[in-house]
Design a protein around this ligand. Sequence first.
Ligand code: IMP
Ligand code: MG
Length: 172
Amino acid sequence: MPLPGKTLLSATRIQKRVRELGLSIRRHYQGKNLTVIGLMDGSLFFLADLLRHLPPETHIECWRLKSYVGRQSTGKIEGLQSCSGMYSGRHVLIVDDILDSGLTLSQARDHIRSQDAEDIKLCVLLDKKVPRTHQVEPHWTGFEIPNLFVIGYGLDLNHQYRTLRMIRSLED
Ligand code: IMP
Ligand code: MG
């Protein structure tokens, strides 16, 4: 079956950039206690590849949040009510696959803000160039991309195409 769309970012480019991000994050948090929270399911592969560059003391959590159905955001985040941990005095890094309207990351960040963390930062693989409806400034960004719907490397369309190693765009 032919793959939909065309390649926007090759597997090689993604791996090179993820390594750069991982090393930068490692340097930044040297000597600090770090908890990385990955937003599932989209950041599955990005999170795993990034974590391989981080020290063994790093705490890892996965939060399962959902806002998209098909190619559309529902405008609501489901799943936050069951996400809580011990963040008091810890440096928290939230990792997501893609920043679009900013709704997901802003709500995840605000959820942690109420839980006494020392510091909260954000890391995204992709930053879609769209007007933000929610104010979010990631400290680490892999790639800036145009306003296209993308699949692969964890990103899905109705649960399909996550396993692709490259990122493909469904529009021209
Ligand atoms: P936001 O909440 O509007 O910033 O959207 C972020 C979430 O929507 C991401 O975590 C993805 O799960 C999903 N998303 C946004 N754009 C895309 C896309 O182009 N492909 C696949 N998922 C997307
Ligand atoms: Mg997501």
